[in-house]
Design a protein around this ligand. Structure first.
Ligand code: NAP
Length: 557
């Protein structure tokens, strides 16, 4: 398996201080901002990242065609107008190289690199009940003593790399999209297999179809897709969005999904013709608006869900025309509803299958059984011979990244074991049994599903910084959710999630893409604005879901 990590070792690593107030794991959107905030508060804080540079998701996911499908001007930090205005985007939905450059701009402008150790993987963290501090180990031999440990490890950062038996026997190149090599792969003239048609696979397929000699796409569950409109941005557009900073800062944090738009129509109040006209208009916008700002009823009401699903299916069928392709690529009535899985935006994705060099192979009833030296083998014995296999097969979402670190909390509780039994958190920000361990992009917070990640991650990191500040101001050293507090949040989360049709579907949203993973809707579905208000209320009321305490002999850095 090829791995971007191969190019990620750095001889010029910043040393990790042996003693800290706070250690941040990860330097993506959340980690960079958490580091900045805690440093501004005067804490001795440092961040470590396995990668050789900043970026998180936008470091690792450098596969062909990787790009935003949130509008660039809202996938932004909104705490500093100068920082916002200092970067200019080239298009509405830019690609990974530009996004990665933006993340470098953030790190450099805020002068964050001096407090980051790259090529440094956190392998182990153990809570010491005597000192009330964490002992953290890295793959570089560092041992760090820290009061707070903050996992900014990403919702979708634990790639499912070992998906099929026999992968290591493959004689060509095999790569997971979340570990795509720096410098890319030469796919020109090659026979390439893509496995998976989620948001990632779709971007890969539409991008490499014109380049490769032969593309074989293995499709299991057909995917609802929406066409993207991606105009180039020049000085006029930059002037337009930069001039809206105050408006965006005021509105975005409080919408249902952290986008600039919100649900604005009520299904029951409109005639069929009016509904159709609205769907057509929003569909033509070329954004995620049809999913995140049309009719909220689609998430709760089977009949509304079916009508909107059929609207999208009709659009897809009209583009594909070929009945065989329609059968493989268009969801069927009763499969699952539009928007209950992540909806990808695409550009000529369906048209890629109309090319002579592209073949769609349904593996729904004839699954992939193994990878053999020549290629991909299906249950009926057919072998598709290829030179390169691109696995766009997804991630162990939410819990995966932290569970892959050996984390031991109070009373020898192992985080991975706890989450193997039941995925629970308090507000998605802390876990009972793990004092002073904060997390972002974690289960039971709004994250990736129905959420503009940057909006959510800013709110979560700001809450953590505020909580640490409040705790210190109150003279306490430790904070941990109470058992009752965690139960209260889990119950509320489940009630909210189980009222939606999302809870009934199978995808990473419910953890069903990972065999044996306890089933639960991973992201909070009560709305980004509502979640923010709830978190703020908890802080303002003195953290009633949490217990704060002092340690007998507090040790500070
Ligand atoms: P994903 O949504 O989990 O999709 C994985 C794909 O692999 C699915 O089509 C799945 O089929 C298929 N698959 C998995 N195991 C398989 C097997 N054994 N045989 C055949 N097919 C198999 O993963 P993803 O596409 O990487 O996307 C993950 C998330 O990343 C997205 O939902 C989105 O939130 C985020 N993302 C964001 C962007 C962006 O913002 N621009 C871009 C890409 C991704 P089944 O559905 O049948 O399991």
């Amino acid at each position: 398996m090829l791995d971007a990590i191969q190019t990620a070792t750095s001889a010029e690593r910043n040393a990790v201080p042996a003693s800290l107030d706070a250690l941040v794991i990860g330097t993506g959107v959340a980690g960079l901002y958490e580091l900045h905030q805690l440093r501004e508060m005067g804490l001795k804080v440092h961040a470590c990242d396995t990668a050789s540079d900043v970026g998180g998701t936008w470091y690792w996911n450098r596969y062909p065609g990787a790009k935003f499908d949130s509008e660039a001007y809202i996938y932004q930090y909104l705490f500093d107008e100068k920082l916002y205005a200092g970067w200019t985007w080239s298009e509405r939905f830019p690609g990974q190289p530009e996004i990665e450059r933006w993340m470098h701009y953030i790190a450099d402008t805020l002068d964050l690199r001096r407090d980051i150790s790259f090529s440094t993987k956190i392998t182990k963290a153990t809570f010491n009940e005597n000192t009330g501090r964490w002992t953290v180990e890295t793959d570089q031999g560092d041992v760090i003593d820290t009061q707070f440990l903050i996992g900014c490890t990403g919702m979708l950062s634990a790639p499912l790399t070992d998906r099929f038996p026999g992968q290591s026997s493959f004689k060509g190149q095999i790569v997971h999209t979340g570990r795509y090599p720096k410098g890319g792969l030469d796919l020109e003239g090659k026979r390439v297999a893509v496995i998976g048609t989620g948001a990632t696979g779709i971007q890969v397929i539409q991008t490499i179809a014109p380049v490769v000699d032969k593309l074989t796409v293995f499709v299991r569950t057909p995917q609802y897709v929406l066409p993207m409109k991606n105009p180039k941005y020049g000085p006029d557009e930059a002037h337009w969005y930069k001039g809206r900073f105050d408006e965006l800062k005021t509105n975005i944090p409080h919408t249902f999904t952290g986008f600039e738009y919100d649900f604005q129509h009520t299904w029951a109040e409109l005639s069929p013709a009016e509904r159709r006209a609205i769907l057509e208009e929003i569909h033509a916008d070329g954004s995620l608006k049809l999913w995140l700002a049309s009719f909220a009823e689609m998430f709760f009401d089977e009949a509304v869900s079916e009508e909107i699903s059929e609207f999208v299916r009709e659009k897809m069928r009209a583009r594909l025309k070929d009945p065989r392709l329609i059968d493989i690529l268009v969801p069927k009535k009763g499969d699952y509803g539009f928007g209950t899985h992540r909806v990808p935006l695409e550009t000529q994705y369906l048209e890629a299958y109309l090319r002579d060099n592209v073949e769609a192979v349904s593996v729904r009833d004839n699954p992939i059984t193994e990878v053999v030296p020549e290629g991909v083998k299906l249950a009926d014995g057919t072998v598709y011979e290829v030179d390169t296999i691109i696995m766009a097969v997804g991630f162990d979402a939410g819990s995966g990244a932290l569970a892959r670190i050996d984390i031991t909390g109070r009373d020898d509780l192992k985080l991975a074991e706890e989450w193997r039994k039941d995925i629970r958190t308090t507000l998605g920000l802390m876990k009972y049994g793990f004092p002073n361990l904060f997390m972002t992009g974690a289960p039971l917070a709004p994250s990736a599903a129905l959420c503009n990640m940057t909006t959510c991650l800013q709110q979560q990191t700001e809450w953590i910084a505020r909580c640490i500040g409040d705790m210190r101001a109150s003279g306490n050293d430790l904070i941990e959710p109470t058992e009752a507090g965690e139960e209260e949040w889990v119950r509320h989360h489940d009630e909210t999630a189980n009222a939606t049709l999302i809870a009934k579907t199978n995808s990473w949203y419910t953890g069903s893409n990972v065999p044996g993973k306890p089933r639960r809707v991973l992201s909070y579905t009560g709305g980004v604005g509502t979640y923010r208000a709830k978190c703020d209320a908890v802080a303002e009321e003195g953290y009633p879901m949490f217990a704060m305490s002092k340690v007998a002999a507090p040790q500070t850095a």
